[in-house]
Ligand binder design. Structure first.
Ligand code: TNX
Length: 528
């Protein structure tokens, strides 16, 4: 009801708003196909979610949707197999990530061949509601969405984000909060950078000092922290409920000071016969130790890179890696184990190659596929292993020439720890300043002449945390760039445009404000 006043006459009339159009909604990532209807569907107190199909996960998806809708609407939104005007249906089809969403005046129907697809359909549906749906308390208003239909599927199967929980430890609660937002943008892999020079963040029962000592500090000298195996499992399952797979990373042979500070015996020591250690190392450990008299290194809280290394010639190194990979692989249902491999500037080239090849074998023995930073392609990669391109195109080329795939994380576009511009309050800028348009306006398949679409597994946006100390910092660097990169990974390049993204993402700012997410209000967008 609007009050209209003119020349002293007040008229009261029912506002006759034009129905909103589906094609004018602010979906991010932008869907592959959309058709407008000319009416609205209104969620009401009688609305409910109707599950159709047989899958244990179906109830979880229905409940997830209901939980997003209940607080702001105050409606009951029952979830059942008996009926309801929002139908979630598992059907036949090829791609488990594809979905169709059909909105009619009296019902909403989401169809997908897989549970992941249904979940993505649910995310699209949620984005169509007025932004007030994000409130945690009841709002008195109507909950209309435009009729029409969407048919959608991702361009890339791996759509990832990375959190560096080593430079600054990130609590379980903050990781879950990040996972919640990843889910909104249809990201499906969370890479956890669990170890680095400054900290070891995952409990390894057979090497307990890794966390006791190696987990005890962080950049700047704070108290650090680590995940117990139980907490890590909790993250794995929290993510899985949102169709996100955890990729654990143990970075090696460089970036390993926290382990070297925890166990003296991982350090080479001083008495090593020059370069020819094999006969020494074949002796039992208690023989080796006095021979080489190794000392634990000091804990490190600075941000230099490239100065630490495991000892690739020592057998104990591989006994250690074997235990670490075995314990983490047992807790990780996903297919990948990330072995790091970046910036091993003080490892001899031939030792580096030998190390990477042996570690790949260990990972594969425990049933996982290795991912490594692009440098690993200087070694012989096992079939199926993945090189994560961040800096050197020639390394990506080496991987492609071996028949391996590339995960695209070019530092100049995808690095969330880069500053937006020189005034950004945190962040680094060694690779570039990355404003929102830079994060958005690139195409993985044409980024480099040597990397074309059939070589690309997907896209990942890493958040390194040298300058990130809390949730607010994570949000400032990740929003709005993480959603931009999610669209780069989901939406085929012919459907994307900076102008379109710019106008759609603006609406998300209002939602983030309601949710208390402290995003960077890029001057490139009119946030209103
Ligand atoms: C380079 S990217 C690194 C990290 C740093 C990052 C900071 C990569 C594989 N290695 O160790 O945290 O730069 O931007």
């Amino acid at each position: 009801i609007f009050t209209y006043c003119s020349m002293g006459v007040c008229l009261l009339f029912l506002a006759c708003k034009p129905a909103p159009k589906l094609s004018e909604s602010s979906l991010v990532p932008y869907p592959q196909e959309m058709k407008d209807g000319n009416g609205v569907f209104e969620l009401n107190a009688e609305s409910g979610i109707h599950l159709i199909g047989s899958s244990e996960q179906l109830t979880g998806i229905g409940e997830y949707l209901a939980e997003q809708l209940r607080p702001a609407t105050g409606f009951e939104i029952p979830v059942s197999y008996d009926g309801g005007d929002i139908r979630l249906e598992l059907t036949e089809g090829e791609n488990p990530e594809a979905y169709s969403l059909v909105i009619e005046e009296n019902q909403v129907l989401i169809n997908a061949a897989g549970e992941a697809g249904l979940f993505y359909g649910v995310q699209s549906l949620l984005q169509l509601f007025p932004q007030e749906i994000a409130h945690k308390s009841k709002q008195v208003q109507s909950w209309e969405i435009p009729t029409g239909s969407i048919s959608d599927q991702p361009a890339f199967g791996y759509r990832g984000a990375m959190l560096d929980v080593a430079r600054h430890f990130i609590s379980v609660e903050d990781v879950k909060h990040y996972i919640d937002q990843m889910a909104v943008y249809k990201l499906n892999f969370l890479h956890l950078h669990l170890t680095d020079d400054q900290g070891w963040r995952i409990e390894i029962k057979s090497w307990p000092k890794l966390t006791e000592i190696g987990g005890s500090t962080e950049v700047g000298g704070g108290k650090g922290g680590f995940y117990t195996q139980e907490e890590y499992k909790e993250l794995v399952s929290y993510a899985a409920d949102r169709f996100i797979t955890i990729v654990p990373e143990v970075d090696m042979p460089g970036h390993t000071n926290s382990a070297l500070a925890s166990y003296a015996e991982l350090n080479p020591g001083v008495n090593l016969p020059n370069g020819k250690l094999d006969s020494v190392n074949k002796q039992p450990l208690d023989y080796q130790m006095p021979l080489r008299n190794p000392q634990a290194s000091e804990l490190y809280t600075g941000i230099e890179v490239g100065w630490s290394t495991f000892a690739p010639k020592l057998e104990i190194t591989y006994a250690f890696v074997d235990s670490v990979v075995r314990e983490i692989a047992e807790l990780t249902p996903g297919p990948y184990f990330h072995i790091g491999g970046d910036e091993s500037h003080v490892t001899e080239k031939e030792d580096y190659v030998y190390f990477v090849e042996r570690v790949q074998d260990i990972v594969s023995k425990y049933g996982k596929t290795s991912i490594g930073w692009d440098e690993i392609a200087t070694a012989k990669l096992l079939p199926g292993n993945v090189a994560q391109f961040w800096a050197k195109e020639e390394n990506a080329k080496l991987a492609i020439n071996q028949g391996n795939q590339i995960l695209m994380s070019p530092a100049t576009r995808a690095y969330l720890d880069m500053q937006y511009d020189s005034t950004s309050r945190i962040g680094l800028h060694w690779a570039a300043y990355i404003e929102l348009e830079d994060a958005y306006s690139w195409d993985p398949s044409s980024f480099s002449d040597s990397i074309s679409s059939q070589h690309i597994l997907g896209v990942e946006a890493p958040l390194w945390t040298e300058t990130v100390t809390n949730r607010g910092d994570m949000e400032y660097l990740s929003f709005p760039r993480l959603p931009a990169l999610a669209e780069v990974a989901w939406t085929s390049s012919d459907r994307r445009s900076w102008e379109g993204f710019k106008s759609r993402i603006q609406k998300h700012g209002a939602r983030w404000t309601i949710q208390g997410i402290g995003y960077y209000p890029s001057p490139q967008v009119n946030w209103e």
